[in-house]
Write a protein that binds this ligand. Structure first.
Ligand code: FE2
Length: 186
C-alpha cells in the first residue's frame, strides 16, 4: 500500500452539496510560506505559493457524507468535515509544499476538478523529491496522509473545491485499515 494516499472505492455526486465557501464561516487561515514551501520555491520553477483557508460546511452536508464512512472508523474518531476553495490568481499558482499542522489524515471528496495535481515528497539530503502524485476526477474520494509533505498544482483560473473529513488524532495507517476492512480501500 502507498504510505501517501489511496483512492477509495466510492464515487460521490455533488448534487445537493454546498461547495461555495464564500457562504461558509472560516475555520482557519494558512500562510503560504511554511518551511517546506520555502525549500520547494528554491528547487522548482514557476512555483507561486498561495495562502489558503479551511471553511465550515453545512451540517446537513457533513451528515450526508458521513454515511460513506464505516462505523468501525467513526468509533475511533468522529471526524469534522472541512471545506476548501483554493482560488488561483496566477497561472503558476500552487498550494505550496506543507504538512498539515492540524490533522494527520483526511478522507477528501473532490468536486468540479480541472486536472489539479496533488504530489507527495520526501527529503533526500536537503532536497525535496517527488515520490507519488494523483489527479482526481470530480466525484473521486481519496484517503490522504496529510502528515507527509505535499502540494497541489492548481488549474488557473478554476477554483479547487473539496470537502474532507479530518482525522486529527488517528494516523493514516489506522484510517486505511478500517476503510480496507469495510471494502472501501485496496
Ligand atoms: Fe494539506
Amino acid at each position: 500500500m502507498s504510505p501517501y494516499f489511496t483512492k477509495l472505492n466510492i464515487t460521490v455526486s455533488s448534487d445537493g452539496l454546498l461547495l461555495d465557501a464564500t457562504k461558509m464561516p472560516v475555520l482557519k487561515y494558512y500562510d503560504a510560506a511554511q518551511k517546506h514551501a520555502l525549500r520547494a520555491r528554491k528547487q522548482f520553477d514557476n512555483y507561486v505559493a498561495i495562502p489558503n483557508a479551511t471553511y465550515v460546511p453545512r451540517e446537513e452536508d457533513a451528515q450526508a457524507l458521513l454515511q460513506h464512512l464505516p462505523k468501525e472508523l467513526v468509533e475511533i474518531e468522529m471526524p469534522d468535515l472541512w471545506a476548501m476553495n483554493i482560488r488561483p490568481q496566477h497561472s503558476a499558482n500552487v498550494l505550496p509544499a506543507h504538512r498539515d499542522m492540524t490533522r494527520l489524515a483526511s478522507v477528501t471528496f473532490f468536486f468540479d476538478t480541472h486536472g489539479e495535481e496533488t504530489s507527495f515528497y520526501e527529503y533526500e539530503g536537503a532536497n525535496l523529491v517527488k515520490v507519488a502524485s494523483f489527479v482526481a476526477n470530480s466525484g473521486d474520494v481519496y484517503l490522504l496522509n496529510n502528515d507527509k509533505v505535499h502540494d497541489v498544482r492548481l488549474a488557473h483560473p478554476h477554483i479547487r473545491k473539496s470537502l474532507g473529513f479530518s482525522f486529527v488524532t488517528t494516523p493514516f495507517e489506522i484510517v486505511h485499515e478500517k476503510l480496507r476492512a469495510a471494502g472501501l480501500a485496496d
